[in-house]
Design a protein around this ligand. Structure first.
Ligand SMILES: *Cc1c(COP(=O)(O)O)cnc(C)c1O
Length: 358
């Protein structure tokens, strides 16, 4: 008799699920491992009529996000976090066992996980040493297999890099009529001028991933968006779950996207950018650190002389960071979320102590 596992789809047996910051664990007071905002927004949840199903795509949230992103409402799909947008794109465009997708490590882990979970082969085209795209290698990969999707993260997680606009334009030209280019803009509020939302009228094969989890400080509600042209949005809408956005989530998202909510968000981003500059300067002064990379997001990537030792020593002090030891080309690197002033200060003081211990 086959075991339950043997009955499952073959690609799931070997699947290593996404290692989220929360699933890795840890114990302590200072959590700088998940790129969350350090404080929660001021929100009043007033939910009524929970006996009724929610609107499949809550109109108020759709209209508010469209206004915020400066696109027509027909260009927006609301999803359960940005992660559901990634999954829907893979399911909509890649036929299991036949089609491929491309992603460029070191980058966000969900592109590989969604590919594997759906039996889609993932071609990796590593970034160049400066964390920019390797366009000739991407062109080569496009020709080698039936590639339907290319995932690009801008600003990139975990490096914090802003990608060159000319490279993104070249990528869009190279893929037109062949593959969908997905730009994951989860951190775009920290580098707002870099959005490609303004390109949507000209680029039918462009899709953007957005989220309320980072700058909007609402990781707990699981709310994200795909921005694309109506033809592409319509395909994703065919396969999304019937009522993906719970009524309380829609209520909270609408408040966050109100004028007052957006003003709070912009202040939070400004505070984070000031804290990031101070944290970067402090890290650069540490003899334990070899390099701190330029960041356009709410985190910093730092290369230490002995990354695993620093990561462990801080973990034991209850300061939980995100090791990048196993990411492509990132030996001895640690990703550090920019926290509150107090959290960053605790981190810096702990590093100063480690510098003293021989
Ligand atoms: C955090 C993140 C997301 C999406 O997060 P959700 O919480 O699912 O909205 C997507 N892409 C990148 C690069 C991220 O860092």
């Amino acid at each position: 008799m086959p075991s339950i596992t043997q009955l499952a789809r073959a690609e799931l047996r070997d699947l290593i699920p996404y290692q989220s910051a929360r699933s890795i664990g840890g114990a302590g007071e200072v959590w700088l491992n998940a790129n969350e905002a350090p404080t929660a927004p001021d929100i009043q949840a007033a939910c009524t009529a929970l006996n009724r199903y929610p609107e499949p795509q809550p109109q108020q949230v759709l209209a508010a996000y469209a206004r915020y992103a400066q696109v027509p409402a027909e260009n927006v799909l609301i999803t359960r976090g940005g992660d559901e947008g990634i999954e829907l794109l893979v399911r909509a465009f890649c036929q299991p066992g036949r089609d491929a997708l491309i992603y460029c490590p070191p980058t966000y882990g969900m592109y590989a996980v969604s590919a594997a979970a759906n039996g889609v082969s993932a071609l990796t085209v590593p970034q160049r040493a400066n964390f920019q795209l390797d366009l000739p290698a991407i062109a080569h990969a496009l020709d080698s297999q039936p590639v339907k999707l290319i995932f690009i993260c801008n600003p990139n997680n975990p490096s914090g890099t802003r990608l060159n606009r000319a490279d993104l334009d070249a990528l869009l030209a190279m893929t037109r009529g062949r593959a969908i280019v997905v730009i994951d803009e989860a951190y775009i509020e920290y580098s707002a001028a870099d959005t490609l939302a303004g390109e949507l009228p000209r680029q039918p094969h462009l899709a953007l991933i957005r989220t309320l989890s980072k700058a909007h400080a609402l990781a707990g509600i699981r709310c994200g968006f795909v921005l694309a042209n109506p033809e592409l949005i319509g395909l994703l809408a065919k396969i999304i779950a019937p009522y993906p956005i719970p009524t309380p989530v829609a209520d909270i998202a609408a408040q966050a996207l109100s004028a007052a909510g957006l003003a709070q968000m912009r202040q939070r981003v400004a505070d984070t950018l000031a804290e990031r500059a101070a944290l970067q300067a402090a890290l650069q002064q540490s003899p334990l650190v070899r390099e701190v990379y330029a960041s356009a997001a709410n985190f910093l990537l730092a290369r230490f002389s002995d990354g695993p030792a620093v990561f462990q020593a801080l973990w034991q002090r209850g300061i939980i960071l995100r090791s990048q030891e196993n990411a492509h080309g990132l030996a001895n690197c640690i990703r550090i979320t920019v926290g509150s002033h107090a959290e960053n200060d605790t981190l810096i003081r702990a590093l100063r102590q480690l510098e003293q211990t021989p």
